[in-house]
Ligand binder design. Structure first.
Ligand code: AFD
Ligand code: MN
Ligand code: MN
Length: 384
């Protein structure tokens, strides 16, 4: 099968979860601007997510955030989603908004708060049983704001103990994806600040815990594709929270600021998949999710554009001539190797993507279909 045919097959199978919170009111710590027609509850979020999947064929599951998306009848919610052609994906506990979590959750100095956090995570595991979710996506805002506030090592011990207790009772088919973040909301030190800390922790948690890479969670200048390659090779990469950033955790549309970086990340995933071994195994089990906040732009269109940016980056990464690249690398031919990557990045994949979309039975131009379909105006009419 030639490279374009292989790319076509791989693109048919591409799936990315969209986050429920991308469809509803969200913003920054300065303001939440309400966008007309935005989803007002989890049911409307699922309606929007189903529309996105109908128009792109890329997003068959929606990640939920608990308790933001809390309902009494989880089975009913699952049926509501499945009747619209989508399912419930990763479940995201919320250990950062309850007043008790002012000084942290699993790393909190008080045992009472640490057990409250574990109880909330267990409540999320119950939800997963009802929704059929397999991925627990755990982000802890834990950290400190002042030197001397707490002991770094005591916090690390508390955190590790809580995570070990959680992993000892994870249901059979559930994976824990542990997220890290450089700073914010803690501004002096974060208890899981970087991929190295997350990697060291998951080594202590057993095979069902892996690292979740959120693109916006790194210091400026971090080489994300390099750390992705390392975590793949260690079998420690579980998945991604895709977004775009210029400065910090800006949660902008993935690929909107640095599409080349997104391509280089996908190149590492495709290379690992082709080369097999632990990295290949790990690459094939990755969970792809958007994690974005559309503070000023119409939500559904932003999600569609995000998915198309990922689809384009993946298509280009699939077109890299890896045999020629390996040969040039082994010969130390610096610029030939570099140009082989550039060649793929510069490929015009619009026809290939149109064929993939045709094969999926979705519009060849999803954004145009969205606008011409009058979905935005319809949502504004119905939801105000
Ligand atoms: C915020 C956090 C983190 C988390 C997301 C959903 O920075 O990325 O995954 O909220 O809880 O963006
Ligand atoms: Mn995230
Ligand atoms: Mn984030």
């Amino acid at each position: 099968m030639d490279r374009t045919e292989k790319a076509f097959q791989a693109l048919l199978a591409q799936e990315i979860e969209t986050p429920s919170w991308a469809y509803g009111p969200s913003g920054t710590r300065f303001q939440v601007f309400h966008i007309p027609g935005e989803a007002r509850n989890v049911w409307e979020k699922l309606e929007d997510a189903a529309l996105v999947h109908r128009l792109t064929g890329l997003a068959p599951r929606v990640a939920l955030h608990i308790p933001w998306d809390w309902v009494e009848d989880w089975h009913g919610l699952r049926v509501f989603a499945e009747e619209r052609g989508i399912g419930i994906g990763a479940i995201n506990p919320n250990l950062f908004q309850d007043g008790d979590y002012r000084l942290g959750s699993l790393a909190h100095p008080e045992a009472r708060v640490r057990s409250k956090a574990l109880a909330h995570i267990r409540e999320c595991l119950e939800v997963m049983r009802a929704t059929g979710s397999r991925v627990l996506s755990l982000w802890l805002a834990d950290g400190i704001n002042y030197p001397g506030q707490d002991s770094f090592r005591a916090r690390k011990q508390r955190l590790l103990e809580g995570l070990q207790e959680l992993c000892a009772s994870l249901p059979q088919d559930v994976r824990l994806l542990l997220e890290y973040k450089f700073f914010e909301p803690a501004f002096y030190a974060t208890d899981i600040p970087d991929w190295g800390t997350a990697y060291a922790l998951v080594q202590r948690l057993g095979a069902k815990a892996q690292v979740l890479v959120d693109l916006g969670h790194h210091p400026q200048g971090t080489n994300i594709e390099a750390l992705v390659a390392f975590l793949l090779d260690e079998g420690a990469l579980g998945g991604f929270h895709f977004n775009g950033r210029k400065y910090a955790d800006d949660d902008l549309i993935v690929g909107s600021i640095n599409p080349y970086e997104l391509f280089l990340i996908y190149h590492e995933l495709v290379t690992a998949d082709e080369e097999g071994g632990v990295a290949g195994e790990t690459a094939r089990r990755l969970v792809f999710m958007l994690d974005q906040v559309h503070a000023i732009e119409p939500k559904v269109e932003a999600v569609i554009l995000s998915l198309l940016n990922c689809q384009e980056a993946y298509a280009k990464a699939l077109l890299v001539d890896r045999e020629a690249l390996r040969e040039a690398q082994e010969k130390g031919d610096v610029l030939l190797a570099h140009r082989i990557l550039l060649e793929a990045y510069r490929a015009d994949v619009r026809r290939l993507l149109a064929e993939v979309r045709q094969a999926k039975g979705v519009p060849v131009d999803p954004l145009r279909a969205y606008r011409e379909g009058g979905y935005y105006e319809e949502a504004v009419r119905r939801r105000g």
